[in-house]
Structures are given as C-alpha cells and as structure tokens.
Design a protein around this ligand. Sequence first.
Ligand SMILES: *Cc1c(COP(=O)(O)O)cnc(C)c1O
Length: 352
Amino acid sequence: MITFYPGPSKVYDEVGQYLQEAFDSGVISANHRSSAFMQMLENAIGNLKTKLNVPVDYEVYFVSSATECWEIIAENLISDGSLHIYNGAFGEKWMEYTQKLTSIARSFSFETNEEPVLNAKINLSANDIICITHNETSNGTALPSEFLNTLRAQFGNIIAVDATSSMAGVELLWQSADVWYASVQKCFGLPAGMGVMIVSPKAVERAIAIGNRSHYNSLLFIRDNFLKFQTPYTPNTLGIYLMDKVMQQVSPIETVAQQTLERAQNWYSFLPKNGYQILVENESVRSKTVVAVKDTKERIALIKKAALQEGIVLGNGYGKDKETSFRIANFPAITDVEIQRLKNFLVSFSSK
Ligand SMILES: *Cc1c(COP(=O)(O)O)cnc(C)c1O
C-alpha cells in the first residue's frame, strides 16, 4: 500500500531502520532528565536548524502538535487581539479555537483563487498578532513566497504562521515572521505525535511581557526547559530520536525545496493533460506540497475506490470540498517510483 494522504502521510523509508536503532540504543528507555536524552534533544534541534536554515537566534521547541500551538499562541502571545487571515478550513479552525480562548479574535477571509490583499480597512493595534496559514492543506493553496515579506514590511506586528504542511518541504522566509509551527506527520516524513514550534526573539519578548505561567504548556515554561535541553513534561522521546535521525539524513532545504517544486510543476501539468481538473485555478496561489483535484462527488468516490484497489491511498477532500475533491501529498518522503505508480493509475483511470 502506498499513501498520498496529506497527513498523516508516508514516513521516510529509513524510519523502519531508525526504529530498530532507537530500541537498540537504549535511549528510548532513558529518563528524560538524563544526559543521554539531553544530548539527543540538543542534536535534534541542531540538525533541524542546520538543515532547514533556521536563523541562529530563533528557538526551536518540540510540542505535541500543531493544534497545541494554536493554544500556546492564544494563551501566551495574544493580549489585545488577533487577526486571522485565511481562505480554508485550517485557518478558520485556528481562528475559532483562538476565539474560544481569548474572545478577541478577528477574521480576514479571502477566496481560494485570490491572494490576500490587506487594505487600509484593517485596523491593527500594535499588540495585535497576525495569524496566517502558509499552506492551506484543505484546499491546496499557499501564500505566494513574497507575501510574508510584504506583510512584514507593512506591519510591525508579531506574525504567527501555520506552516504545518510546508515546513521541511519548501523554503520558508523565517525572518518574515515570529512564530512558525508544524506537525511532524506532514513534510517531515515522520510518524504522527509531535509538533515543532520555532520562535523569534521578538516573540519570546512578548511572551515574557505577558508572563503567562499558569499552564503546563506555557511558552515560558517550555522555554525554560528547552534552554537546558529538557522538556516540561515527559516527551515523545521516540519522536525526538526519529527527528534527529531524519534531520541528519535529509538534504539541505534548498535541495529538498527544488525537488518539491519540480514535482509540483510536474503534477500541475500532468493532471490537466490527463483530464483532471485542479481545484485551484490561479497558478500563483497553488500549493507546492498539497495538490487538490476537483470533480463530481460520484467521480471522486470512484477514483478513490479504484486507487485503493491498486494499493494507492489518495487523500480525501477536506472542509467544504470534502466530497468534491481528492488531495495528493507532494511531500519529500514520497519516492519517484511511487509517484510514477500513481501517474500510471491516473492515466489508466481517465481512459476508462
Ligand atoms: C494538519 C494540519 C494541522 C493540524 O495538525 P495536528 O497535528 O493535527 O495538530 C493544522 N494546520 C494545518 C495547515 C494542517 O495541515
């Protein structure tokens, strides 16, 4: 069975071997205050920062999920308000979650085929946090690469970015935002069960100013621990071990991103040529890591079923396009051979 599900998604082929090595090394039986664990955590963070080109002064924390980051941001960085800029289900959920916790979340939504255009109507006060989804996994859109730089130049606010389905697959303009987060079961090619949160010095300053220490996942408490290469609670030791191994293994992000780009361009020309309609018409907002294909409800169900019979799992649609689309993950752990198998299937299905 091969999977193109955009999360949880295919893990790197080497993960099987790393699991055995983790067991043999004994570190997954070690106490999380032991030096063996702390060394491993330090290595994992170091390798991640090197391979993904994270600025030296940005800090990396491992948490439990991207969803947890919504809560960490709401409780630790939002004091006056938050502006959520989104065009799909994940951005909307982030806004709704924040609203439940803070009651001061505001929305700026835009259409699938548009780039967000922030005009003068947006009234931001200095302490408002801008919350934006880099890659909207639900509909296969992404922000054009220059957008975050423009946003950064336009506003002095803290910017938090959900990069759950793009981090480790494409290059991110780290300096153009203050908080970046992802879950490991997407472009990292790792088993589900961990989140990655990357914060700028400015975000740390804001967390200190707000001073929330009343939750086990308070940003300041997490930080106190991570500065010592420890964690506030007993962590996902195996997940951290695998992160360390995979970050050693992967090519630098420029190389990975180039492959992602080429494969994406390839999907976007292959699909229409073979009678499939891309959900996102505007090429400049198409995601490089999640490709969404649109069709009638009946045909979507047929394609998914036929694929499954060939041992191929396609991603279901998500949110409002749940039944009228399927999604193809274009994540780095997927191999060329697997992509070719899916293409062969799609060619033969469309000729039926
Ligand atoms: C998958 C995803 C999430 C949620 O990730 P969890 O690991 O379930 O917390 C959030 N945002 C985006 C954009 C996603 O793709």
